[in-house]
Design a binder for this molecule. Sequence first.
Ligand code: ADP
Length: 399
Amino acid sequence: MKILVLNSGSSSIKYQLFNMEEEIVLAKGIVERIGIADSFLEQENNAGEELRWEEDIADHSKGISLVIKALQDDDKGVLRDMDEISAIGHRVVHGGEKFADSVKIDADVIAQIEEVSDLAPLHNPPNLAGIKECQKLLPDKPQVAVFDTAFHQTMPAAAYIYALPYEYYEKYGIRRYGFHGTSHKFVARRAAELLPKEKEESKIITCHLGNGASVAAVDGGKSVDTSMGLTPLEGLVMGTRCGDIDPAIVPFLQKREGLSPEEIDNVMNKESGLLGISGVSNDSRDISEAVEDGNERAKLAEDVFQYRVKKYIGAYAAAMGGLDAIVFTAGIGENASEIRAGILSELEFLGFELDEEENNKRGEELEISTSDSEVKVFVIPTNEELVIAKDTAAIVAEL
Ligand code: ADP
């Protein structure tokens, strides 16, 4: 069975075509700069052959038709016919309280995604555009929506209710939703397989540390808390997002700097985090280089980042009343051994010891705690696209 996975953003469409029997990627690519000058499509197939088309891509309709064309390219394509594809899986950022699982898309599901779009105005509309264009261009293919928020719908109310007047929850759905759900679910499941305990009894903290970053507490296979909130802004320090701050800073800065709601939102989402503190970059590799060159603000950015993750790990061990494993994933979590070591230092009281040699390895699944540690620490590469493909295949198999 072949499944196409699409991640439609406002100006880009990322895609991967999976062969589900072997769980391999047959081709992957990206359409960039949709609706902007210099738009292009890039694709690489599993033979390593690359294709790049530079042309005017005015909208998602054109973008998706190019994806279909590239997959069937005579030279570097991987499909003879779109009929070879069984279904399409779409990443949808916000499912609100309506979706606790992946679903087959129909008119009702589209209406429900539209209904929660004001909770994710930058993400859900382009996700929907991708879905609607696929419906037009490939009307016979079943389509499945896989939500970033779904895995966290198991959180108890004590974890998701903000201490604001309750009517705002009722009126606007203001609550913690959490994101990166497909990633937290994938690595928590894998960690549970690696633990000697039954999955139902395992208490796992998953740290998804990429440009966007979040931590989740996964108790018995279910998310019981996570650091991102109504939007992905809350929680950890990220590449350009501030994460947790005193909410009173917002009106203070609006008044002092004369910022509109949109402008302060932009400051907190695009100008803060590692970039904001260091003044160097949002990329942790640039920060590490600057630290080596003696840049003190870069060091401060790294310290604040690590300290915040450490606090969440402590908080979530408390929330679950115990801990069996900590998992690191995504760009920083999978690659930055020094940052992992920094986060874990002085957390050994939780019941692990770091195996420094293992921690210095890269790019693979690792157990980085010593073999006699009671609590295990793993590095598990995430694969959100594969989760979307698997969910899609499972739903299609039931049709
Ligand atoms: P996102 O998908 O959220 O855009 P990623 O998961 O790709 O982000 O993570 C991006 C972050 O991972 C960047 O801060 C980058 O510096 C870091 N990163 C990626 N590769 C490496 C590496 N080899 N060593 C250290 N950090 C890395």
